[in-house]
Design a protein around this ligand. Structure first.
Ligand code: NAD
Length: 248
């Protein structure tokens, strides 16, 4: 029997990148996976097909998490599918903006906080009736929350907020047997991190890492599956660095 057999997981932003890798890895470990997407339906369908072709269970679920009612809308749909219980919530969807402090606009700043902080906060709030003893919530933080990398001040602040939510949610929900943690990737080669594909970005990344290769989404998915599993039953309130030893 696989470690997550019989469990149900929601992964936000699962159409590509780290979310996609997490959805595939959770399904491989036996979980039924709700593959959330914003507008990339074709890519999300392909993730579901990959899971079901391998004998797993998955379906897509859509919601724009940049809208104030996006998390409420998503939680409603999750309830319609899973009924009572959700075992695993991977709040992964996120956006990034880089650039000098002077160039940040109010609109971009607000959008960063809407998608990266407001949405996961209210998604947890709205799913509280469905999270039970043994459920695991996993947020996606970032190396940027603890170290200055690139020109990412506003984005980094959203991830600092995530680390704070991990602490406070874990303290508040521990009594119900719900664990709350985050993974904090460094630079991962995804659409978000086009930086990692340029020569300068690659050199910078390899220079700051102890391990000398560029991370792939799969490198983050394994630790997510671990935090979701019963093997991590005594870990809560922690942000786990998954960054190849960046900025040591
Ligand atoms: P990505 O851009 O490939 O994927 C982001 C996902 O979030 C996509 O599926 C996208 O559709 C979804 N999303 C964005 N805005 C949305 C919205 N308004 N509504 C619904 N869905 C929305 O990026 P990724 O690298 O896979 O990032 C995943 C998470 O990991 C993010 O939270 C990101 O901040 C974090 N992270 C990434 C890196 C990296 O180097 N790639 C490093 C540290 C942390």
């Amino acid at each position: 029997m696989s470690t997550l057999t019989g469990k149900t997981a929601l992964v936000t932003g699962a159409s590509r990148g780290i979310g996609r890798a997490a959805a595939l890895a959770l399904a491989k470990a036996g979980a039924q996976v709700l593959v959330h997407y914003g507008n990339a339906q074709k890519e999300a369908d392909a993730v579901v097909k990959e899971i079901t072709d391998a004998g797993g269970r998955a379906q897509t679920i859509a919601a724009d998490l940049g809208k104030p009612n996006g998390p409420h809308d998503l939680a409603r749909q999750v309830r319609d599918i899973v009924g009572g219980r959700l075992d695993i919530l991977v709040a992964n969807a996120g956006i990034s903006r880089s650039g000098p402090i002077e160039e940040m606009t109010i609109e971009d700043f607000d959008q960063l906080f809407a998608v990266n902080v407001r949405a996961p906060y209210f998604l947890v709030q709205q799913l509280l009736p469905n999270l039970c003893e043994g459920s695991s919530i996993i947020f996606t933080s970032s190396l940027a929350a603890r170290a200055s990398v690139g020109s990412l001040a506003a984005y980094a602040a959203t991830k600092g907020a995530i680390d704070t939510l991990v602490t406070h949610f874990a303290a508040a929900l521990g009594e119900r047997g719900i664990r709350v943690n985050a993974v904090a990737p460094g630079v991962v080669e995804t659409d978000m991190s086009s930086f990692a594909k340029s020569e300068a970005g690659r050199d910078y990344t390899l220079g700051m890492q102890a391990l000398k290769r560029i991370a792939q989404p799969d490198d983050i998915a394994g630790p997510i599956v671990f935090l979701a599993s019963d093997d991590a039953r005594w870990i809560t309130g922690d942000t786990v660095s998954v960054d190849g030893g960046s900025k040591l």
